[in-house]
Design a protein around this ligand. Structure first.
Ligand code: DP6
Length: 323
């Protein structure tokens, strides 16, 4: 029996688009902050007598595409290990029910670490990151603690995440909508690639944004990091919105939070907005400013305290020692 825990990450430079759907090789590299909130804990036990994988999420039996995706992932691990035994997988998310923040990144990062251990694969951080990538692209970054860069690479061996040194950053997550998203990021990425006239421009611009971001990390230039973060997120949403049929994740309330970030900056409090494939907005700031940004945001938006979540840099995916 092996248990692992992993946390979600939020990208400052976004991953949006695959050049290989099977290996999950991204069109461009990306950069993120692994958080210290909402861990996923996964326990996996290999069971040579079982006919199929038995998977539960928060105690409920997983079926359909969610279960198939996990079995397909475990098949990769089993093939690498040369073991056919099925598994019992129990996954627990600490996200408040219905907060709309459950993350495939923390899920597959925890699963990769637990499965590698249970099936006897001795993998280093880089190889665990490559493995987690096969479950969900962004999961490769949740293997790494704090800020991580995911290199696009050219093949399975060269597409992995590793730590990147820089200033201490924090985030405030503004929960706009607790519901599940209308179009999954997997499907929306495909539609952007196939129908958005801006897909190529997005990839070209993001490769340049990542180079600039890495330089900004090297100089610990928080202002440049924040400005690139906000701009890269809006570029991603612009490319997504231009798909046909259109996909629009940002709601009026999301846009109002981008405006709130600008207003905070005008008041002398540095914070920059970003958003993934959904309406929730995350404000990036200096680690020491998290509480002040949360208070200011609460005052300005009237969002209740439980919808403004303070987060700091968190640990990479790791095994939990058996007690
Ligand atoms: C908007 O990693 O969920 O959060 O590889 O298809 O599983 P798949 O996609 P996923 O996409 C994340 C998209 C994003 C941006 C990011 O995290 O970089």
């Amino acid at each position: 029996m092996s248990t692992a825990v992993a946390h979600p990450n939020i990208a400052l430079i976004k991953y949006w688009g695959k050049r290989d759907e099977d290996l999950i090789l991204p069109c461009t590299g990306s950069l993120s902050l692994t958080l210290d909130v909402f861990p996923t804990t996964t326990t996996l036990t290999a069971d040579a007598d079982a006919a199929a994988d038995a998977i539960t999420f928060d105690g409920a039996v997983a079926t359909g595409s969610a279960a198939r995706r996990i079995t397909a992932f475990l098949d990769l691990v089993r093939a690498q290990a040369g073991i056919t035994a099925r598994a019992r997988v129990d996954t627990r998310n600490s996200v408040p029910t219905g907060a709309g923040l459950a993350s495939s990144a923390s899920g597959f990062a925890a699963l990769a670490v637990a499965a590698a251990d249970a099936y006897g694969l001795a993998l280093d951080e880089r190889d665990l990151s490559r493995l987690a990538r096969r479950g969900s692209g962004s999961a490769c970054r949740s293997v790494i603690s704090g800020t991580a860069v995911w290199y696009a690479g050219t093949d399975d061996a060269t597409s992995f995440a590793e730590p990147v040194a820089g200033p201490a950053l924090g985030m405030v997550i503004a929960v706009v909508d607790a519901g599940t998203k209308a179009v999954s990021s997997r499907e929306a990425m495909r539609r952007t690639r196939d129908t958005s006239p801006y897909a190529d421009a997005w990839a070209t611009a993001t490769a340049a944004d990542l180079d600039e971001m890495l330089a900004a990390f090297g100089r610990a230039d928080v202002t440049a990091i924040g400005e690139l973060t906000e701009s890269n997120a809006l570029r991603m949403h612009a490319a997504i919105m231009a798909s046909r049929p259109p996909i629009r994740y940002l709601t009026p309330q999301s846009i109002a939070l981008f405006d709130a970030a600008a207003a905070l900056r005008a008041d002398g409090l540095d914070a920059w907005a970003t958003a993934d494939a959904g309406p929730n907005v995350v404000l990036l700031c200096r680690d020491g400013d998290v509480a002040a940004v949360r208070d200011a945001l609460r005052e300005r938006t009237g969002l209740p305290a439980d919808r403004l979540i303070a987060a700091h840099a968190g640990p990479g995916a790791r095994l939990v020692p058996a007690s």
